[in-house]
Ligand binder design. Sequence first.
Ligand code: NAP
Ligand code: MG
Length: 523
Amino acid sequence: MSEKKLSFPPFTNEPFTDFSKEENRREMLAALAHVKRELNRTYPLHIGGKEVYTGDWIISINPAHTGETIGKVSKAGLEQAEQAMQSALQVFESWKKTSVAERAALLVNAANLMRQRKHEFSARLVFESGKNWGEADADTAEAIDFLEYYAREMIRLDETNEHRPLVPVAGETNRLSYIPLGVGIVIPPWNFPLAICAGMSAAAVVAGNTIILKPASTTPVIAYKFYEVMVEAGIPADVIQYLPGSGSEIGDYLVGHPQTRFISFTGSKEVGLHINQLAAGQAPGQIWIKRLIAEMGGKDGIVVDETADLDAAADAIVASAFGFQGQKCSAGSRAIIVQDVYDELVDKITERTARLIVGLPEDNVPVGPVIDNSSYKRILDYIEKGKAEGKLLAGGGKAPGSGYFIEPTVFSDVAEDAVLMQEEIFGPVLAISKAKDWQDAIRIYNHTEFGLTGSYFSADEQRIGVALEHMHCGNLYINRKCTGALVGAHPFGGFNLSGTDSKAGGHDYLLLFTQAKLTSRKN
Ligand code: NAP
Ligand code: MG
């Protein structure tokens, strides 16, 4: 109890860097130059704290310069996956006994190290994931936030009996303790390759679990750098097994493994549903129901009524649709506008979109490349479909460059049932639909199998009240963009096929990585 009284200053969000300041620009340019010199290195797997080279490689490339290799990362097969499981099981026996105070302090150490090298992390994101400076800086800031936030949250959870005492019973001492689950498989996506990777891993580890971290195959170097900083911060090197490999090969093996206790997944609906099914069974020797935390895709949208500030709405729609090339689960890929202001707002959106410059992330232009060739081809296919489903107002195809560049594309007059309004495209494509009135607009907004983020733009309090109640999504915003959730302020997770609504960055998140043990003792 006594050593639990470790106290940190209250949590505050890591500020974003103002790159209009010359000094910050200079530091970022220096970080980019530094990271550029480190491109094309090789990286090992880490199993049981030891480096492993398998001779098989995942090649990570720069999506803005497909000829440039970011790094070669050793690729795990089934043999290494089994070794990683055995190592994680073994170290769980000691890691679960470390105090909460110690685990939390190690996360804060990691946050401090990451903060010292903030621009270096961001520069890696620029090269490996194709984020511009601002997007990369926000990704790094969010990773720092997750480390700081979950450290404090674990302490709070551990002090439950003091903050939320159980009902007293004479002659008994009753306590509730949140203990870890066991070995978890952590499977992040490539689109927030630092923040989501760090958040999912840190939450599991601070709760006393050990993990096998299988990074996304397009962004394994960033994940390696995260692993490295955790070890440097003092987390024992074998608490996290860093295990890049094919999702369908080692992913399936580990998800189906009888000793896997939980799976923390963030990614597409298709893969999430597949994991859900595979995890549901009882493998021979398995003695628990595997816990699944699955955060998946979205078909998020912004609703605008005739009382709204149309310039603010246009700014928000364009920022939500095209920030990081529309490759956010929260991306506002739909705009639903009432007919009274439809033409006027569509013009404003089109003008703003046409002004967006496409180019190299390292030059910090607004729109960079999409992540890889299969995304590139898939998005271009959707754009061709869109030409049949709506009216093309901006973009409409490839943009020049030696990477996967696509023009920010806007279609208007898209029917609510169109593919463009229903399927997650995960690229710079915005579909606009016309609604009869504000109630019809809310109805169209809800007409999707997803339910992640949404926004409602209006000046009418009564309508805002209705929107707050009826727009069915995990993260609903009023008069602002639908991207950019902040740790602690906007706990994040979606409804319906957007996932299990885990609310990352919120007070409830660590409950998912723990189990509550009640002990009742007769005095
Ligand atoms: P993805 O293709 O589903 O991949 C996500 C992760 O799953 C990757 O690490 C991938 O590994 C792995 N994987 C693939 N097949 C697997 C299998 N059979 N078993 C276990 N793991 C497997 O998604 P993505 O393309 O990386 O990310 C984009 C998607 O993520 C979008 O749908 C987006 O909306 C969603 N997302 C959701 C949230 C949220 O909070 N709701 C946040 C961010 C992103 P490989 O790379 O090796 O295939
Ligand atoms: Mg993918």
